[in-house]
Design a protein around this ligand. Structure first.
Ligand code: SF4
Length: 348
């Protein structure tokens, strides 16, 4: 690969071999004044990942310095993420790096895609417009993606090989990249080195904390997430931990959140850490469920949730209700009742 490509896809083995060959030790990367721009860009990578979108630069052949900065910013970003060692940040970072790569990969040549696939032990062949990969490789890459289009039965097969368009192959690589980055974090950074990065870390920690605060409190505003039924809490937890939800649970969660008063933007934000997050598609689906086509969908009842295996963590109150919305309404009512009792006690 050319150096420009290594800088754009710094997680491939060839890029890390190239960085090793340059003899930039982590110590030097953290302290050298000459590498300040790589540290700034590395910090930016992490900050941008919290916003969900890492911007990739464009280069011309003479941009050697910029290319090196971009290349070295990646190990520095990994150092920062490792020093903070927060599961939410790490997942968010891995996903944003992978998504940024996907945007580029869609426009790359079939040959480059095939080459990158080999770095993930996927051997594919190409014809004029498509890539062909063995169905076992396909399953390995596509299994985390829950949309129906990724099911093997919905793919064209020929002698055990799946024929796949470039954009779809790029999407599969996105998932492989996300997993590689995620599994490679945190790296072991000695505390004194984290200490040397304190200024960069403080900026990231502040943004991370603000995002968590907004999500936990302001994000729901008048909607009281503490009162959600266990199935919805479980689904939100899975999304936050980067676990893809089954289609039926996505629908249940979205329709529930819309029904209790969350805006489309707030629900979109909730999904913005899941591995197969596609903002445009997610927004379209949420708007559809919220009633853009004239019908607002009702969340499924408890018995439907049980049929699909989506009833998780049922508690005592669950035994007395038949619908997740009833659970929420009762909890809201209990909370109001207890609140007014406390007020009466105080007045007395
Ligand atoms: S019983 Fe109903 S509300 Fe309770 S966890 Fe199951 S599906 Fe959710």
């Amino acid at each position: 690969m050319e150096n420009i490509e290594l800088a754009l896809y710094p997680f491939v083995s060839e890029a890390s071999r190239y960085v090793d060959s340059l003899n930039f030790s982590p110590d030097r990367l953290i302290t050298s004044r000459a590498l300040e721009s790589a540290r700034i860009r590395g910090t930016d990578r992490v900050i941008q990942s919290l916003a969900g979108n890492i911007e990739k630069p464009s280069f011309v052949a003479s941009d050697e310095g910029k290319v090196l900065t971009e290349l070295l910013s990646y190990p520095f970003a990994r150092i920062l993420v490792s020093c903070i060692d927060d599961q939410y940040l790490t997942r968010r970072y891995a996903l944003a790096e992978a998504k940024a790569s996907y945007e580029l990969l869609k426009k790359e040549s079939l040959d480059l895609l095939r080459y990158l696939g080999e770095d993930f032990s996927i051997s594919a062949t190409t014809d004029d417009t498509h890539l062909n990969l063995h169905f076992t490789d396909y399953l390995k890459l596509a299994s985390p993606l829950k949309e129906l289009e990724w099911k093997l039965v919905n793919r064209r097969m020929d002698h055990g090989h799946v024929r796949i368009a470039k954009e779809n192959y790029a999407r599969l690589l996105q998932e492989a990249i996300r997993k590689r980055i995620l599994n490679g974090l945190p790296i072991n950074v000695p505390p004194h080195m984290c200490g040397q990065c304190e200024d960069n870390l403080t900026v990231i920690r502040d943004i991370l904390q603000k995002q968590k605060d907004d999500f936990d409190i302001g994000g729901f505003r008048e909607v009281d997430n503490e009162l959600f039924p266990p199935c919805i809490v479980h689904a939100i937890g899975n999304v936050r931990n980067g676990i893809n939800l089954a289609h039926s649970m996505r629908f249940a969660k979205t329709s529930f959140l819309v029904a209790v008063g969350m805006s489309v933007n707030e629900v979109v934000d909730l999904f913005n850490v899941s591995p197969d997050f596609d903002e445009e598609k997610t927004r379209y689906q949420i708007e559809h469920i919220a009633g853009s086509s004239g019908t607002q969908y009702t969340p499924p009842s408890c018995s439907t949730m049980k049929t699909y295996g989506n009833c998780q963590g049922a508690d005592e109150l669950c035994k007395r209700i038949q619908h997740p919305l009833t659970y929420y309404r009762r909890k809201v009512w209990f909370k109001k009742r207890d609140g007014s009792r406390n007020t009466i006690k105080k007045d007395a």
